[in-house]
Design a binder for this molecule. Structure first.
Ligand code: ADP
Ligand code: MG
Length: 470
């Protein structure tokens, strides 16, 4: 009576218990989410590194009684060095994407959730085959996750010589799924994804042995993102303490210049003067009060350049127009990429596109068909609580653009950033951040103005034709 039981759990055990928050709530969602995680990793390993993606997805039923499916995704990406494979696939919160650079993945969680779900429902381990460009060998691993320790357990490994310079990764996970019910979501996810990746070759083999092929429609890639140093706006005491340990032998002035973007000689000197800290003092000897004074001096500094947008990788007009045209064969299509902006110290860019008429599907009674994307990932669930939906329903006066619903109108919104304010780790909706909301509104107004010009001209021409006929 009244005796509490205390213990700590590992990150693997936490996410195993609360898998719903990462999108693994049942066999339908789990199958969809597994395809997504593997596919998004495949794209991150290709387009973000300047490689035109060739991705093969296959889902095969592997048990006659149980609904066990083997999901395999193969890419022609950068591959992984063999020594990191076990952690990348078997340790929750291990990632190469914890850097300031736009990627689809960001939590270091996705593939491990799929591995965990697979091992808890079927007992089968994950299989990985990988090689990097220039490596002489291909590496093979079969592993599972030790949930209590959050460590990979290697069950089998192998390596063989490469006969040609293949590079890329093949991942297979076997899990309990519900194909019949997951199918529409997976199909929708892929078709939405290829709208923003028309530069990829995507082949999908279904459990019915149906082949779905989206051939490459354009051979240009978005400019790959470049890793940047943190912007001083995001600095805090914890960060300064870590930097102090890492650059203990540098002077405090050099510490600031080396570790932050847009801090040069004069800014560093000025910040330290304001903080009352000698610029030539070794970083290792700084006390906590000095570190805190530096943090406050940086934050109060007015003349800093805004965060660099090099780390973000928008699609650009041509790719969006190509993607929308291929998917909908519309009579009118247009897209815009806005200039970089900042929220809470993070750079972001909003892009918007419209497709109208032709093969464009008819919308609902109160809004257009909405295609939402964040860092090139389609967002399918939770449309009602997404910032883009708020803008479309509340901030745009559609009558201004000569549009009455239902209309054959698709609206695309892409938000890209080094940090997307997702509402959950399942990455299905973006929070209502005022700076982002404003940019979405402005981007939409820009493309809708062009649509309006088209619609007005078309109406006028039809009017003229009618008069001629009469
Ligand atoms: P995240 O994608 O958020 O980083 P994941 O658990 O999905 O987390 O993947 C962990 C890491 O494994 C990635 O950061 C990446 O370095 C590596 N990885 C996973 N899949 C691939 C792949 N297909 N090609 C290259 N690297 C991969
Ligand atoms: Mg991932």
């Amino acid at each position: 009576e009244g005796v509490e039981k205390y213990r700590a759990i590992s990150p693997a055990e936490f996410f195993y218990k609360y898998r719903e928050i990462a999108g693994f709530s049942n066999p339908v969602r789990a199958l969809y989410q597994t395809v997504r995680e593997l596919y998004e990793n495949a794209l991150d390993a290709t387009d973000a590194h300047g490689i035109l993606p060739d991705v093969k997805i296959s889902i095969k039923r592997v048990d006659e009684i149980q609904e066990y499916y083997r999901v395999t995704v193969e890419d022609n990406g950068i591959g992984l060095p063999p020594d990191v494979v076990p952690n990348a696939f078997g340790k929750v919160l291990f990632s190469s994407k914890y850097v300031l650079k736009q990627t689809r993945g960001m939590y270091g969680l996705g593939v491990k959730m799929a591995v965990l779900y697979g091992q808890m429902t079927t007992g089968r381990p994950v299989e990985v085959i990988t090689s990097k460009q220039g490596f002489k060998r291909i590496y093979y691993f079969k592993l599972r996750i030790d949930v209590n320790k959050n460590e990979p357990v290697i069950l089998e490994r192998g390596t063989w010589r490469k006969s040609r310079d293949w590079h890329g990764t093949i991942v297979s996970i076997t899990l309990e799924g519900d194909w019949a019910r997951a199918k529409p979501k997976i199909m929708e996810y892929l078709s939405r994804s290829v709208v923003v990746t028309p530069y990829a070759n995507i082949i999908f083999l279904t459990p019915e042995n149906e082949i779905i092929y989206y051939p490459r429609a354009i051979s240009i890639l978005p400019r790959p993102p470049v890793e940047v140093k943190p912007h001083p706006f995001g600095v805090d005491l914890e960060m300064m303490k870590q930097l102090k340990e890492l650059s203990a032998s540098d002077t405090v002035k050099d510490l600031l210049i080396k570790n932050f973007q847009s801090v040069g000689e004069s800014t560093a000197t000025e910040v330290l003067n304001r903080a009352g800290v000698d610029p030539s003092k070794p970083a290792g000897s700084l006390g906590e009060d000095e570190l805190l004074r530096i943090v406050n001096a940086i934050k109060g500094f007015e003349n800093l350049r805004p965060p660099s947008a090099k780390a973000i990788s928008p699609l650009g007009r041509e790719i969006i127009v190509t993607g929308l045209s291929r998917m909908f064969k519309p009579e009118f299509v247009e897209a815009v990429t806005r200039r970089p902006q900042v929220y809470h110290g993070h750079p972001f860019i909003v892009e918007a596109g419209v497709a109208y008429g032709g093969g464009t599907p008819q919308s609902e009674m109160d809004k257009p068909v909405i295609l939402r994307y964040a860092n090139k990932i389609p967002l399918l669930y939770d449309e009602g609580s997404d910032v883009t939906t708020f803008v479309i329903k509340e901030d745009i006066n559609w009558a201004n653009y000569s549009i009455a619903f239902p209309a054959p109108l698709v609206v695309l919104v892409h938000v890209c950033s080094t940090k997307i304010p997702f509402k959950g780790v399942g990455k299905e909706s973006i929070a209502d951040v005022p700076e982002i909301r404003r940019e979405i509104r402005l981007a939409l107004m820009e493309v809708l103005r062009r649509l309006k010009i088209y619609l007005v001209r078309k109406a006028r021409e039809e009017e003229v034709k009618r008069r001629v006929v009469l």
